[in-house]
Design a protein around this ligand. Structure first.
Ligand code: FEO
Length: 395
């Protein structure tokens, strides 16, 4: 197990979960890391821990640098168990350590682990001297839990941002510039879309808290450390927080006997003919977390479901439930689908989108049973019209 030094006396001691493919429902084809950092100054400070099953990996990395019993402080930037799961074990090995966290973090830690530690509650602007360097605490409530906090190490100018700026990707090289930056930015976007999108309104305020602070590295709790593309990821967060979109349409559908699938493909042709980038996803072939990242920057969303039991397909209901949690902003949407003797899917989708804060264009496009050539031409026109609306909204 290699020891990785980010700066003099600052080490990566986290765990790499190469085979994790499901992070509480979030599909993670590139695995997950649980980043923990050790600062060795006059005082010794551990920033976050790891998921409980990886406790030994964390301890082994720490032992390569110091005896865990010498740890003076454990900073809990976030209580979610992927970061605090190893806390009880660490506190057994570091019995003299103070646990540094927000007031919400204290409450949550006690409830998660049913025990008290030597807590030191911090708030905005508090500073903890470690010797040559100090830690400055920046609470970021609801990004994405009430307890969430970032910690800034002056001197080395490292921002330990916890979940913010994270990515679910395992690599053998810890820095952004040692990896394919397109992969890293894609995973950062996917992470934002699935974890932080519901709290987008808070992102601008959070960014203003770190504006003006000199940062040489952003060390998140998942994925690689940013050092060469800091401006790029901050720019991306600012854009995602504001709901900036591009000329892109995502078609999301499911089908029973193929009619709605035929419609989806002809609508896609129409959107593409309108000069807009368009991607098509069948729900049953695509994890929700993959749909979320496609939706993040898309301006146009098209949802297709045939009528099933007087409503939308249950699979589309799952997509709608997910969207109602994420609440994407600045979207144009419409629905389509086939029906037999009576409709219902369109109304169900429009209502569900409304609960996600998305007003669908009405009417959508529906047809009976199986599309004929005239109706397929109409699907093409529907897609073409939708593309024009998407382009117009971007001007
Ligand atoms: Fe990576 Fe919110 O935990």
């Amino acid at each position: 197990m290699n020891t990785i030094e980010l700066a003099k006396g600052v080490y990566y001691v986290g765990a790499v979960d190469w085979n994790q493919r499901d992070f509480h429902g979030y599909y993670t084809p590139r695995g997950v890391t649980y980043n923990s950092y050790l600062i060795v100054d006059e005082k010794i400070c551990l920033i976050d821990t790891v998921k409980a099953p990886f406790t030994n990996e964390l301890l082994e990395r720490i032992r390569q640098i110091v005896d865990p019993a010498k740890i003076d402080y454990v900073v809990v930037n976030h209580v979610e168990p992927d970061h605090s799961g190893a806390l009880p074990a660490i506190m057994e090995h570091a019995p003299n350590a103070k646990v540094i966290l927000t007031a919400n973090g204290r409450t949550e830690t006690i409830k998660h682990y049913q025990r008290e530690y030597d807590f030191q509650v911090v708030k905005e602007g508090d500073i903890l001297s470690l010797g040559k360097n100090s830690l400055h605490f920046i609470p970021l409530p609801m990004l994405h839990w009430p307890d969430s906090m970032a910690s800034y190490l002056d001197g080395h100018q490292i921002l330990f941002s916890n979940d913010a700026f994270g990515q679910h990707i395992c690599t053998s090289s810890p820095f952004d510039d040692q990896n394919d930056i397109h992969d890293i930015l894609y995973e950062a976007a996917k992470y934002y879309a699935n974890i932080l999108m519901p709290y987008s309104k808070l992102v601008g305020r959070a960014l203003s808290k770190v504006e003006g602070i000199p940062v040489k590295q952003i060390a998140p709790s998942h994925g690689v450390v940013w050092r060469s593309h800091i401006n790029k990821i901050i720019e991306k967060y600012a854009a995602w927080g504001q709901g900036v979109t591009c000329d892109k349409v995502v078609v999301i559908y499911d089908a029973l006997w193929g009619s709605t699938e035929q419609m989806a493909r002809r609508i896609l042709d129409g959107v593409a003919a309108g000069g807009v980038q368009v991607k098509l996803f069948k729900i049953t072939n695509t994890p929700l977390s993959e749909l979320a990242v496609e939706i993040l920057e898309a301006r146009g969303l098209l949802f297709g479901s045939p009528t099933h039991n007087n409503g939308m397909m249950a699979t589309m209901g799952g997509v709608m439930t997910y969207l109602q949690g994420l609440r994407p902003i600045n979207k144009i949407a419409a629905t389509f689908g086939a029906f037999g003797w009576g409709g219902g899917a369109e109304q169900a989708m429009v209502e569900a989108l409304g609960k996600a804060g998305i007003k669908a264009e009405e009417p959508g496009f529906t047809l009976k049973w199986v599309p004929d050539e005239t109706e397929l031409d109409a699907c093409f026109s529907f897609g073409l019209d939708f593309a024009q609306k998407v382009l117009a909204a971007g001007k």
